[in-house]
Write a protein that binds this ligand. Sequence first.
Ligand code: RP5
Ligand code: MG
Ligand code: MG
Length: 279
Amino acid sequence: VLTHFKCRNGMYPRSAIERFMVPDDKINWSVEYKEYKPPNHTANSIHGKPWADPEIGDPNFKPKWNALDKNVNRESYTGQYLIQDRYPLNPVGRTGICGRGVLGRWGPNHAADPVVTRWKRLLSGELELDKNHKPILQFVAIKRGDTGEWALPGGMVDPGEKVTTTAVREFQEEAINSLVMSEDDKKEWEEKFKSFFSNGDEVFQGYVDDPRNTDNAWMETSAYNFHDDKGDVVGALKLNAGDDAVGVQWVDAAHDIKLYASHEDIVKEVLKRRLLAIT
Ligand code: RP5
Ligand code: MG
Ligand code: MG
């Protein structure tokens, strides 16, 4: 069953607004919660941004909910979401805040997450094994500038952009700092890693328990695993934090790992699949 914790109770990010308390058993919209009066918040910073929707009720804003709306995907991976008095409703349930907070889109905000993996190796090149004699999977994590948490180097899908393209582009921007590369260096990099990034395995598609979610706007993502089994492709990757990332490193994909939003679930899924694939 889908649920959420990180977008419920406590302060809303980058604001002085406290979410209305939502107990576990009152998350679902179908459960009555008479006292529920969430504050309404849409951050000033998103008004008029080209990547943000207008206000609901703006005569020029005629969104097609639950559909591909021109270039903007307003479909949810969770199925049909409800519209209440013109506002889309979070498919998981109450978050204690309405409006769209810092998110640009009403309804689903689509992102993509790259999970770039390799096996941990000794200096000799041999696989390092854990105490159960299993190889140790590592993935590229970035430190988010906004919350300081370690996360996958994901980002928002641009209108009309292919989701797999977003995953690779965000990896380049946040983990390689391609934004400061010259066009020539970028071309060279792309040539070198073209085949590696051309076949990612889709490992997750769905709702993200992101701290920015509200009752009317939420994050969804598609995650792709790009795995370097021999370790000779990603070995050449020079990691360099860029854009809104303030750190980047290879991290062991352990079971007790703590990451931003739902990213630990995604990493655990990749770990499970990778270990299954070698036995
Ligand atoms: C998460 O937020 C997604 O899984 C993705 O990693 C990220 C996209 O937002 P930004 O990194 O662009 O803030 O929900
Ligand atoms: Mg980004
Ligand atoms: Mg990002």
